[in-house]
Design a protein around this ligand. Structure first.
Ligand SMILES: [Zn+2]
Length: 140
């Protein structure tokens, strides 16, 4: 929902590319490499930023659409490291619940949607997530 730190986006023309290409340019001496996309015969020159959604930036509609589609067809939804207090993203949890998914909320402290959780884990993610990931579900 909040983009990817593995890609960069030009704030001028919107072109995306692997962020490694930009970081390589920084490593080779460019302190603030501009967008090189050709617009006509000139380079765009726009500011390159990681493809993450920053405060004040709108979510990508296609991300929300895809998340809701997945939420309404999944068996289990994990909500990790969020207070679930910001919409529309928080609406993914009740959408999944209404569609029949089990809900697991893992967060340090309460969330706005704790009442929807089938399993609630309260703890620091750095402590809890490694333990959760080490567990294996029985195969059927
Ligand atoms: Zn550009």
């Amino acid at each position: 929902m909040h983009g990817s730190a593995h890609r960069s986006t030009c704030l001028n023309c919107g072109e995306e590319q692997p962020i490694d290409r930009v970081l390589e340019r920084v490593a080779s001496g460019e302190s603030d490499p501009p967008c090189r996309r050709l617009v006509g015969s000139e380079q765009c020159g726009g500011i390159l930023k990681s493809s993450t959604i920053s405060f004040g930036q709108a979510l990508r509609p296609e991300s929300m659409h895809q998340a809701l589609a997945l939420a309404t067809t999944c068996d289990l939804l994990l909500a990790v490291g969020t207070t679930l207090g910001v919409y529309p993203v928080a609406s993914i949890v009740p959408s999944a619940k209404e569609a029949g998914a089990r809900i697991v909320i893992i967060n340090q402290g309460p969330t706005a949607l704790d009442g929807l959780a089938d399993v609630l884990v309260d703890g620091a993610l750095s402590d809890v997530l490694p333990q959760v990931l080490q567990r294996r579900l029985p195969t059927s």
